[in-house]
Unconditional design. Structure first.
Length: 457
């Protein structure tokens, strides 16, 4: 079987990518080794920038009511991050399980025409100048392009011979989905002591996720987790186990900090955990992968459809690799702060941290990085959700999957790849916004017609 784009791995990253490509009219097949879906998940937080990207796909408003909003993050005793000041329609962290995100993305992808093949376990691939051949045991398939979104143990990355340098930053992390008789007052309860930390978050359906670590008990990933172990660590960290009664899922794993040196080899790309993994601190894993997909999808579609400017696909590496490195640094800093052992060190951490985050520029930078709202690309900052004429918003105009030219001037042309919208207030300026919600160009409206070929042909 031949497909224009093959995606390996039907997690959130692969599903968003498949939906975008299918909406753009690109033939896309998504291969997943699992035969069914699961309601068990590690990721649980959707940050503001990711909600903006989901808004641009008409999904945010249906997802937000499924979870709980966290408007202020309490990290270590006295350290607070105020998300309500984010310059976004979504000034909060949404606590909702990953499977709900996947359900929304899968429905969109299938409706747009993407094909999902389950029970397809990739064993290898090879490529030449014309296409990529995929091996699924005794079966093969071909594609013009392939994207590996198949996680930390990516078969795609291994088949490309790419290294995955890094280290294990945290071992013997415990995860548990549990019932609580006395839930914490904070939506997201996070605390640390010298030899342990624990986080408690609601799924919104009566179940809670506990994420815990105990320096005193460092064992292998295959060592079973017990409810008593979760109770003891939670009680030590929070002073209570919140009336923990039962669990539907218990697991133990280790957390690595790793990044592939290249996200592209010829016709094959990496995205999400296949390209980068980091500590779970800050809840940025799923979010970073979804943003990888949003960056790559429109570039692949433009290339397949024959109008991409020269070198457009190369900008995926140039733009997303530095972001992956930034997330590695920020999440790594958070987890190392949580692991401070001595009382003096924790006092210094809490005191210095609270003072620094009391400074508005520092607070804006910190919340911008964690939420993704403050992250842009060289020459392409994040686009604000501008008000448009007729009561429409910019991110609603982006739902066609096209570039959006915001201008009061009349303009015709590039109809298959450009949506023109008038601003609510005309200041004589034009703004060209990429399909992923970043500003490609802004300047006098009179110059727009001359500038557009640089971006759209």
């Amino acid at each position: 079987m031949h497909t224009t784009v093959a995606i390996i791995g039907a997690g959130p990253t692969g599903l968003l990518l498949a939906g975008d490509l299918a909406q753009a009219g690109v033939q896309v097949t998504l291969y997943e080794r699992r035969t069914g879906t699961s309601n068990l998940t590690r990721a649980f937080g959707v940050h503001a920038r990711t909600l903006e990207l989901l808004d641009a796909r008409g999904l945010a408003d249906q997802l937000v009511p499924t979870g709980a909003r966290v408007e202020r993050l309490r990290l270590f005793d006295r350290i607070r991050l105020d998300l309500t000041r984010l310059p976004s329609r979504f000034p909060f962290l949404l606590i909702t399980p990953q499977y709900r995100v996947e359900q929304a993305l899968e429905e969109r992808a299938v409706k747009a025409g993407a094909t999902i093949v389950r029970g397809a376990r990739l064993t290898g691939l090879r490529q030449d100048d014309a296409r990529v051949t995929l091996d699924f045991g005794d079966d093969t398939a071909t594609a013009d392009y392939v994207v590996g979104t198949d996680g930390v143990h990516s078969v795609v990355r291994s088949a490309l011979g790419l290294p995955f340098p890094g280290q294990a930053v945290l071992t013997s992390i415990m995860l548990a989905d549990v019932r609580l008789e006395q839930p914490p007052e904070d939506v997201l309860a996070v605390n640390t002591v010298g030899d342990a930390f624990a986080m408690v978050a609601p799924f919104g359906d009566g179940w809670f996720r506990i994420f815990a670590w105990d320096r005193r008990r460092q064992v292998t990933d295959d060592t079973p987790v017990t409810l008593d172990e979760i109770r003891e660590v939670t009680r030590r960290v929070h002073g209570t186990d919140f009336g923990l009664t039962e669990a539907r899922w218990l697991s133990r794993f280790h957390s690595d900090e790793r990044q592939a040196p290249s996200y592209r080899v010829g016709r094959v790309f990496l995205a999400g955990d296949a390209a980068h993994v980091h500590s779970p601190a800050g809840g940025q894993g799923m979010n970073t992968g979804l943003q990888d997909a949003a960056n790559l999808s429109w570039k692949l579609a433009a290339t397949v459809r024959g109008w991409a400017p020269q070198g457009l696909l190369d900008t995926y590496q140039a733009e997303r690799h530095p972001v992956g490195k930034l997330v590695l640094r920020s999440s790594g800093m958070l987890i190392r702060m949580a692991m401070v052992r001595s009382a003096a060190g924790r006092w210094a951490r809490n005191t210095v941290g609270s003072v620094l985050l009391g400074l508005p520029p520092v607070a804006r930078r910190a919340t911008g990085v964690i939420s993704g709202v403050g992250i842009g690309y060289p020459g392409a900052p994040r686009a604000a959700d501008l008000a448009l004429r007729g009561g429409e918003r910019l991110y609603e105009a982006l739902r066609e999957g096209k570039h959006v030219l915001v201008t009061a001037a009349t303009f015709e042309g590039y109809a298959d790849r450009l949506h023109v919208a008038a601003p609510e207030r005309d200041n004589g300026e034009a703004i060209l916004v990429r399909p992923d919600g970043y500003v490609a160009w802004r300047g006098p409206a009179a110059q727009a017609e001359a500038v557009l070929p640089r971006f759209l042909s």
